[in-house]
Design a protein around this ligand. Structure first.
Ligand SMILES: *Cc1c(COP(=O)(O)O)cnc(C)c1O
Length: 363
């Protein structure tokens, strides 16, 4: 049997709510689970406003649109990233400005962000990679100093926190993903969160075709359709009720890898004082001194039916962009990085087995 990288944890409550939504969630009940899910998520995150969306891509798009990002504007983000973070910038005809990452957090380096700020800079997007946490304090300082909004992409870091405050709630907007591979899932889905009432109202209106709240079938502007369905929200509601249980398991899995991976030639996700890393994906970075290629390790994991996943590429290496080799850390680290299986039902014995294979080939 294959050991996959991720798969969701679906229990009785999930099935119960999905069936209930399928049977009863129509007509006057058609927003019930959406409202419940948004409410529960806002309580969990400690944030005032939540909009459940069809994806995190949609949430990021809405955030930038609500911040009025348009042609000619520049948006700064880390070079190492998932494509969904940059796509909305491009769709809005704005210019993505890729900067290098911090070698410890693997997230955007605030010093590099500040260097790139000019009069066209209209937003900063900070992605919390693999559960790791960006240097939020420095980013907030820069955001305030230059009056440039900060959007947090916390798709991979639901549950990560700094001094008990959840990541995704520090910026002007926070975005989450509930794709099937993420910490909790709605199949496809996401959320946009903010503490700013004005921004919330703009984003909410944009998310549903600019509909007027008072006048039926009347739109005041051209918007989008980035809403989550009640069926998806039913699944999300069951999952957010179990969030602490799911996170506890994620952290346990990471700590078991930490225990069993004895090699001194690797780095794992960093953990800092006063922070909780939700370890969405336990990730290995091979030390530079090590001469083995990660592909060699992948081949050997495959022999034992263990799935692995490459570290994100620098976005600027993709054919749509121009290479920025100056982003030295990004261009070096990705070749040495990969993710390990960490799904909810992964047993300690399997973690032992995976670690044993890795210990053998990384020595
Ligand atoms: C998964 C992910 C997204 C996109 O999420 P979707 O819900 O699939 O749109 C965006 N950013 C990051 C960092 C992600 O990992």
């Amino acid at each position: 049997m294959k050991i996959p990288i991720t798969k969701p944890s679906i229990k009785r409550t999930e099935i119960k709510y999905i069936l209930d939504a399928a049977k009863n969630g129509w007509g006057k009940n058609c927003y019930d689970y959406i409202n419940k899910f948004e409410h529960k998520l806002s309580k969990y995150l400690g944030v005032k406003y939540v909009i459940a969306t069809s994806s995190c891509f949609g949430a990021i798009y809405l955030s930038l649109k609500a911040l009025n990002i348009k042609k000619g504007d520049e948006v700064i983000l880390a070079d190492i990233n998932w494509i969904a973070t940059v796509a909305p910038i491009v769709h809005l005809n704005a210019k993505p400005v890729f900067v290098d990452i911090d070698p410890v957090t693997w997230c955007v380096d605030p010093r590099e962000v500040e260097k790139k700020i000019n009069k066209n800079t209209k937003a900063i997007i900070a992605v919390h990679l693999y559960g790791n946490i960006c240097d939020v304090k420095s980013l907030k300082t820069i955001s305030k100093k230059y009056k440039i909004p900060l959007v947090e992409d916390a798709a991979e870091a639901l549950g990560s926190s700094i001094n008990k405050r959840k990541v995704g709630t520090f910026g002007d907007f926070g975005c989450y993903s509930f794709h099937g591979t993420k910490t909790i899932t709605t199949g496809e889905g996401g959320a946009l969160v903010t503490n700013n009432k004005k921004l919330y109202r703009i984003a909410l209106k944009l998310s549903d075709h600019g509909k007027n709240e008072k006048k039926q079938f009347w739109s005041d502007l051209i918007g989008f359709k980035f809403k989550m369905s009640n069926l998806q929200a039913a699944l999300g509601y069951a999952q957010i009720m179990r969030i602490n249980q799911i996170l506890k398991k994620k952290i346990k899995i990471f700590n078991l890898y930490k225990k069993y991976l004895v090699s001194k030639n690797i780095f794992l996700n960093p953990t800092k004082k006063d922070e909780i890393n939700s370890y969405w994906m336990p990730t290995i970075i091979l030390k530079k001194s090590l001469k083995i290629k990660r592909e060699h390790i992948f081949r050997n994991l495959k022999k034992y039916n263990v799935d692995s996943r490459v570290f994100f590429y620098p976005l600027s290496i993709l054919p749509m962009f121009r290479k920025i080799k100056k982003n030295k850390i990004s261009y070096n680290i990705y070749k040495r990085g990969f993710n390990l299986p960490s799904y909810y039902d992964l047993s300690e014995n399997k973690i032992k087995l995976i670690s044993k294979i890795l210990n053998k080939y990384i020595s």
